[in-house]
Write a protein that binds this ligand. Structure first.
Ligand SMILES: Nc1ncnc2c1ncn2[C@@H]1O[C@H](COP(=O)(O)OP(=O)(O)O)[C@@H](O)[C@H]1O
Ligand SMILES: [Mg+2]
Length: 355
């Protein structure tokens, strides 16, 4: 099937649109991808819904906006890549997570799948996390099964880390066994620090962090956070880790220290791996931050590779994963496993909307 995946992560930087060809088991080909950034006003309106646990004016406005911007993003993707929408078989629509509280069996992705299917004239699968959470899983991460499909022919054990607002890892064993969980903060606290202290949305190319000095004592204290010792399955809300542990430091030292903290959290994930890895593949926006990549290499004492260096597309990876998951959902195949979300048995999920 020609499956289009749509992802808007907790960074609220933009909508990733990516095409793959897949039967839900293997990836036969990668199509074009595009990231359509949000405008500042859109970002503000989406963020206003964060943390909500029931529908209100803010969540309804944000949901309409998420749906409209996704329709527009797909149309823009179709135009720039000269791909007719009629050539697509299915759309996997993640939606926008506004609240994630797996311990209360609650996770909420806004975005109207029926309206999207209607506007595009293509069948849409959305709401891919709820069935897992209802069955007792964390509802996250969902990308591991896609990581495993991509890593089919690579030497294992291997760790694949996606550094978005939150960071998550997939450990893949020699026999294909999967263990996955959120490692801790990703770019979230670095972004929040940059916004609050430097008036910029993120630390482009890690330049600010590279110019600062890491406060080692703070990183040591940070690494004692009980989340890191907690056994998987486990997952995080974007707001669970904040930037405030860098308060009192200069702008650049704070960026350096928070960046090191994100790398330390990733390295601490290894204590839960069933067998050690020597190679760490990094994807997501964090893979564009060389200061963070160096810190991860240092903290893990491993070999750090970017997803792009393997011929994957690190920016499109999550969007591709939702295309893959949509096809699996359509075929009734499992999308989550005891090792990935802690769900008691392999579980499918998603809601199908026909145009
Ligand atoms: N050139 C860059 N240098 C440093 N950080 C970057 C760069 N490009 C993107 N990022 C980081 O990646 C984040 C977006 O990552 P993404 O994988 O899209 O996260 P999410 O899945 O949460 O949307 C940005 O908020 C920023 O922190
Ligand atoms: Mg993003």
């Amino acid at each position: 099937m020609r499956a289009l995946g749509l992802m808007s992560g907790t960074s609220v930087d933009g909508i990733d649109v990516a095409l793959i060809e897949t039967d839900g088991e293997r990836v036969a080909g990668f199509g074009p991808c595009l990231t359509v950034p949000y405008r500042d006003e859109e970002r503000r309106q989406i963020r206003a819904a964060f943390g909500a646990d029931r529908a209100n004016g803010a969540t309804q406005a944000a949901e309409r906006l998420v749906t409209e911007t996704h329709v527009a993003a797909v149309r823009q993707w179709a135009e720039t890549t000269a791909t007719p929408l009629s050539s697509l078989d299915i759309v996997g629509f993640h939606g926008q997570t506004i609240t994630h509280r797996p311990d209360e069996h609650f996770t909420w992705q806004i975005g109207d799948g029926a309206a999207l299917a209607h506007a595009l004239g293509i069948q849409v699968v959305n709401d891919l996390r709820s069935a897992d959470v209802a069955a007792g899983g964390q509802g996250a991460p969902l990308v591991p099964i896609y990581h495993a499909a991509l890593a089919r022919d690579l030497h294992k054990p291997l760790a694949v880390v996606n550094v978005g607002g939150v960071a998550n890892v997939t450990w893949i064993g020699t026999d294909g066994a999967l263990l996955a969980f959120d490692t801790g903060p990703g770019n979230g606290p670095i972004d929040d620090w940059c916004a609050r202290r430097a008036g910029v949305r993120f630390d482009r190319d890690g330049a600010l962090a590279a110019s600062g000095k890491v406060d080692r004592a703070r990183v040591e204290r940070f690494s004692e956070h009980r989340y890191f010792a907690q056994k998987p399955p486990k997952s995080l809300d974007r707001g669970d880790f904040k930037e405030s542990w860098a308060d009192g430091l200069s702008v650049s030292d704070g960026a350096a220290t928070l960046t090191r903290g994100t790398a330390r959290a990733i390295a601490l994930a290894a204590r839960h791996f069933p067998a050690p890895v020597t190679r760490w593949v990094i994807a997501g926006g964090g893979a564009r931050n060389p200061t963070l990549l160096d810190a991860i290499a240092d903290e893990t004492r491993g070999k750090v590779l970017t997803a792009d260096s393997l011929g994957w597309d690190g920016d499109a990876l999550e969007a591709q994963a939702f295309a893959f998951l949509a096809v699996r959902s359509l075929h009734g195949l499992p999308i989550t496993y005891p090792g990935t979300t802690g769900v008691p048995h392999p579980t499918t999920g998603g809601t199908l909307h026909r145009p």
